[in-house]
Design a protein around this ligand. Structure first.
Ligand code: PMV
Length: 318
């Protein structure tokens, strides 16, 4: 049997991080330049049930049976086995690699899970539908922080721009015109769980002001959805600036993020904000396509460890 290879993209949150945990809408888009990859190959001489895992980037080389149940890779695999009612998989090797920076707000955890769940279910001959891939990935996301909104697993599974509100059917966003973002990485690792629990504590201490901030952010997401769908992405710039100000007030920005955001604006971006949980990780800037390389260069000169240019495109007509 040939090896099965599946990849999944990274993601950025354009609007609504943190507020989305509290039921407000958010917008996220896939970033296909960075990807997680899972390759499953059969071990014809292995004993049934024997699953060997290689994940060189996290220094992991182990049999599934020797991993703790709460290991994210183990949880993704066991989720598939339970879902499909398979007690023993044929012996195989699962190799996981990724070019998505970890703990940087680019959806690395969700992408790894989506790739594993798709590859492993296909290996078992029962490729799961998107809805189940997303739901199983959500279960793994819970390991990263206790109350994920569900936006990461959704955008990474569907690999399309999404307007996401907890508990509501997902809406795929179709932009009639293309627009370009530059992503700048502070290089500072920031676990999502920490920022999310800090916001939770602050919200408990001061519910009125945090609810007010979340409401403003929710309105920005709604305005952004209209701008995207009506083909007026230039309007996103000032909405991003406003969203960044809200995130600063929530206490999740950092001097490094603020510096890169300011650098992008001074270099000619139409707007900029942090993206993801904050504190470190990445920021994003809306730019005119022709100046994207110059903005990326400005970010690198200002201390970004990496800059990615990504374009949101109109859907292909088949
Ligand atoms: O995984 P990150 O860093 O992109 O953060 C996800 C966005 C949050 O709103 C902060 C958390 C969530 O579950 O939606």
């Amino acid at each position: 049997m040939p090896a099965i290879t599946v990849t999944a993209p990274g993601k950025i949150i354009l609007f609504g991080e943190h507020a989305v945990v509290y039921g407000r809408p958010a917008i996220a888009v896939p970033v296909s330049q960075v990807r997680a990859r899972a390759v499953v190959s059969a071990n014809p001489h292995g004993a049934p049930g024997d699953i060997y895992i290689q994940a060189p980037e996290v220094d992991l080389e182990a049999r599934l049976a020797d991993l703790p149940a709460e290991n994210p890779i183990a949880l993704a695999i066991s989720g598939v086995l339970v879902e499909l009612g398979v007690a023993r998989s044929p012996a195989c090797t699962l190799r996981v690699t990724s070019t998505i920076p970890v703990a940087a707000g680019l959806g690395s955890g969700a992408a790894v899970s989506v790739a594993i769940i798709r590859a492993f279910s296909a290996f078992l001959g029962k490729a799961l539908p998107d809805e189940r891939v997303s739901a199983l990935t959500y279960e793994v996301e819970k390991l990263h922080h206790g109350m994920p909104s569900g936006i990461d697993n959704t955008v990474v599974t569907y690999a399309l721009p999404v307007y996401f509100k907890r508990g509501e059917p997902i809406q795929i966003l179709r932009s009639p015109v293309r627009f370009t973002m530059v992503i700048g990485d502070t290089g500072i690792s920031s676990p999502t769980a920490l920022a999310v629990s800090d916001v939770h504590r602050a919200w408990q201490e001061n519910p009125a002001s945090y609810e007010g901030l979340f409401d403003v952010v929710g309105q920005l997401s709604q305005a952004a959805r209209r701008a995207i769908q009506s083909g007026q992405p230039d309007e996103l710039g000032s909405l991003m600036d406003k969203n960044h100000a809200c995130l600063q007030q929530m206490g999740v920005s950092s001097p490094e993020l603020d510096h890169l955001v300011e650098t992008a604006r001074l270099a000619g971006a139409q707007g900029a904000k942090l993206s993801g949980a904050g504190r470190g990780g990445n920021m994003i800037a809306l730019v005119k396509e022709n100046i994207a390389p110059a903005i990326a260069q400005a970010l690198l000169q200002a201390g970004a460890v990496r800059a990615i240019i990504t374009t949101v495109r109109p859907p292909r007509i088949h």
